[in-house]
Design a protein around this ligand. Structure first.
Ligand SMILES: Cc1cc2nc3c(=O)[nH]c(=O)nc-3n(C[C@H](O)[C@H](O)[C@H](O)COP(=O)(O)OP(=O)(O)OC[C@H]3O[C@@H](n4cnc5c(N)ncnc54)[C@H](O)[C@@H]3O)c2cc1C
Ligand code: SF4
Length: 335
């Protein structure tokens, strides 16, 4: 392992100054992903900035939103009264991720920035455009069973246009995308707010970049606006094992239902694209309609028209379609 400088700031300003815009500096929070990457030599920061002493753990209701500090632990967020009552979709997604021990270490900021689980990315002997730009993509002709089925978006789909087929691994981020969360960041140019839809990136170019975070920027909080989805939402995760496994496909579905009709709908998918995949048409297709299996099947089939399989993951297209129908039925409370 390469020697590195270890720093422990006490304030956000101090942390941001220590990082500057130095691409060799990295923040560390729970360390559940970063330490793995360092041990394998996938990343070797020259400067490691331990942010665990920053005052960023608070979970509170402020104005019309729930604000969650970037260092709040995944387990604390999932179990917090405010999250369970106002944002149960987020609690469900967090509890579907990793294991109890990991959730007790993993933080909100670290979860947003965890790297892909594509095995070629973690193996220095194999080509990977994300780890080493221009080296090729091992998964393209290799093992791609768990990889993406959506690439550059409707109309641009096609793996020939994508330099990386990896999927984004976080469960939490799928729920946050459906809930149209805001990420608050602080960096050399001060504070700014980024919507979840703009936070992670697709991969037509620069697969090494997972997000639109600028060098040195620190995530300080996320903010989820009050909404009317608490009674009708569901996070469905399909995976190879019952626990300790990343999603093959996941669906975060949130509905506002009044008088037997759907008045608002949000959905995001996990395990299908380089970023959490927001299904934008779902609101238009469902609004004003009575919930039914037939309607939900139409909604699912509509989105799957722009999916494209690799050699080994054609099964994901049907699986995703079925998962969308199941998640919507569970959210709507129909069997
Ligand atoms: C065996 C295993 C199984 C797992 N299963 C799942 C699963 O099913 N679902 C799932 O969603 N996740 C899963 N995870 C991933 C886990 O959730 C992440 O490792 C964790 O969320 C990362 O958080 P952390 O605080 O430990 O981040 P760290 O490892 O400390 O950091 C991760 C990255 O975030 C950066 N970073 C951290 N905090 C900040 C900040 N505030 N501002 C800017 N940069 C920051 C670091 O520099 C680093 O690049 C699993 C992990 C393991 C090891
Ligand atoms: S899919 Fe992405 S992460 Fe995996 S080998 Fe290809 S470039 Fe690397």
């Amino acid at each position: 392992m390469r020697p590195f400088q270890y720093l422990r700031p006490k304030t956000v300003a101090e942390a941001v100054t220590m990082a500057g815009d130095n691409p060799e500096a990295q923040y560390i929070a729970g360390g559940t992903n970063l330490i793995d990457l360092m041990k394998r030599g996938v990343t070797s920061p020259a400067k490691l900035i331990d942010i665990n002493h920053l005052p960023l753990r608070k979970i509170e209701h402020r104005n019309d939103r729930v604000r969650i500090g970037a260092l709040a632990l995944n387990s604390d967020v999932a179990e917090h009264r405010l999250i369970q009552t106002r944002q149960p979709l987020l609690a469900q997604a967090l509890l579907a991720g990793a294991s109890g021990q990991l959730r007790n270490m993993a933080t909100v900021g670290g979860n947003l920035l965890q790297r892909t689980r594509c095995s070629y990315f973690y193996d220095l002997a194999l080509p990977c455009n994300k780890r080493k730009p221009g080296s090729g993509c091992g998964a393209e002709e290799g093992i791609n069973r768990t990889h993406a089925i959506f690439f550059a978006g409707n109309g641009f789909g096609g793996i020939e246009k994508s330099s990386c087929l990896a999927v984004h691994p976080s469960d939490m981020c799928v729920a946050l995308t459906a809930l149209e969360t805001t990420v608050v960041v602080n960096g050399p140019d001060g504070e700014r707010r980024v919507m979840m839809k703009d936070f992670h990136r697709l991969t037509t170019q620069q697969p090494e970049l997972d997000t639109n975070l600028r060098p040195g920027e620190l995530i300080t909080a996320i903010e989820v606006e009050d909404n009317a989805f608490a009674r009708h939402s569901h996070y469905l995760k399909v995976r190879d094992r019952a626990s300790y496994a990343f999603a093959l496909v996941s669906v975060a579905a949130a509905l506002q239902i009044d008088g037997g009709k759907i008045w608002d709908a949000r959905m995001a998918l996990g395990g299908v694209a380089h970023k959490p995949w927001r299904y934008w048409a779902v609101d238009l297709m469902l609004r004003g309609q009575a919930p039914s299996e037939k309607l939900f099947r139409e909604v699912a089939e509509h989105e799957m028209k722009s999916a494209k399989a690799t050699e080994q993951n054609a099964f994901k297209i049907r699986l995703t379609s079925n998962a969308i129908v199941a998640a919507l039925k569970l959210a709507a409370g129909i069997s």
